[in-house]
Design a protein around this ligand. Structure first.
Ligand code: SF4
Ligand code: MG
Length: 348
């Protein structure tokens, strides 16, 4: 059986003022049916660009995209714009990190969600058909009932009055709930969530995550979740990809990643978070993510890696796959001999 989502050798680059930037560089990942998969990485590691490429929403500046994104085995680049819109509206739900800018300010929440329900999965429905249904009282009333049910399901406070409110009249948390409801209305097979709730304060963020984990339990939906928060990855996912400098540097089941991290970057991330919940990751590892226009030679992590040697500075390590779902991109593992156990937290 084909995975619901399969990304192979995805690269995305942009021509910028400072030269060409390889933001995503040969990413492979997949999401199985009913599987919850997270991509973890620091801000600037390429994870949002990866989701945009997957959802077909890359636009400005013009991106150079190569590689394949397949949905149930169908290469998405073979779809027409209309088929693509239909797929996005019907089978792929999306939640992005900034709830305020994701809702349209000029329509009420109810109007937007009812439209999504009525037209989300149809690409560009003909104008006549659109007008007929948009202004058919009974169709609209049915759709409104279903939207209300969904708002209740995402535990929206006072859903009736939210229906008639404009986004600017709602709190950030309520907007985020509205967007989760919108993403789920057409019962997608795959939900793509890019740092949902991160733009909100911590309490609201936690509530959104609790909601997501409930919704995940209740339905047989596949999820690709992007996060910089390891606690979130551990709490919600079946499988994890660790991304650094536009590359997947390690993957495994959630248990494997947290119990037996192999890549020095993953080890540093985990070591940097004593409680492994709620914390953000960047603090524990010195240095910052590389500049894409001038990435380090060899292993992109070498300037921050405590074990970097000459080979790391010149040769890009191969990504070694082993076991069912395991893989690491680091010379210490490519050789089959991980060497002595590293001392964490020290940088040469
Ligand atoms: Fe560190 Fe070298 Fe492994 Fe890169 S390849 S993570 S620099 S040991
Ligand atoms: Mg991002």
């Amino acid at each position: 059986e084909d995975p619901i989502l399969s990304v192979s050798d995805l690269s995305v680059g942009f021509e910028g003022f400072d030269g060409y930037a390889d933001v995503v560089d040969g990413v492979d990942l997949s999401v199985g049916r009913g599987e919850v998969v997270t991509v973890v990485g620091e801000t600037g590691c390429g994870k949002s660009v990866t989701t945009k490429a997957v959802t077909g929403l890359l636009d400005e500046p013009p991106a150079n995209v190569s590689g394949t994104v397949a949905f149930e085995g169908t290469d998405l680049s073979t779809l027409s714009a209309d088929e693509r819109r239909a797929l996005n509206g019907d089978r792929m739900g999306m939640v992005f990190q900034d709830p305020m800018s994701s809702l349209n300010p000029v329509f009420t929440v109810g109007e937007q969600l009812v439209d999504t329900l009525q037209f989300g999965g149809e690409g560009s429905a003909g104008v006549v058909e659109y007008l007929r249904r948009r202004y058919s009282r009974s169709d609209r009333a049915d759709a409104r009932e279903r939207v209300l049910d969904m708002l209740r399901e995402v535990q929206m406070p006072d859903p009736e009055s939210v229906m008639d409110s404009y986004p600017s009249e709602l709190s950030g948390g309520m907007c985020q709930r509205a967007l989760v409801a919108q993403a789920l209305l057409n019962e997608p097979d795959l939900l793509i969530a890019d740092e949902p709730g991160t733009a909100l304060d911590v309490t609201v963020h936690d509530q959104i995550l609790a909601l997501l984990s409930e919704l995940i339990e209740d339905r047989d939906m596949s999820i690709l979740m992007i996060t910089h928060n390891l606690g979130v990855a551990r709490q919600l996912s079946d499988r994890v990809y660790i991304m650094y400098g536009g590359r997947i540097v390690e993957t495994g089941t959630t248990e494997e990643i947290f119990e037996d991290p192999k890549h020095p970057y993953t080890q540093g991330l985990i070591a940097s978070i004593p409680q492994l919940s709620g914390g953000t990751m960047a603090d524990g590892i010195d240095g910052s993510v590389p500049e894409y226009t001038d990435p380090p030679e060899g292993c992109r992590f070498h300037p921050r890696c405590p074990y970097a040697d000459e080979a790391c500075r010149t040769e890009r390590p191969a990504f070694e796959s082993f076991g069912d779902a395991r893989g690491v991109e680091c010379v210490r593992f490519a050789s089959g001999d991980p060497g002595p156990e590293p001392t964490l937290g020290e940088t040469k």
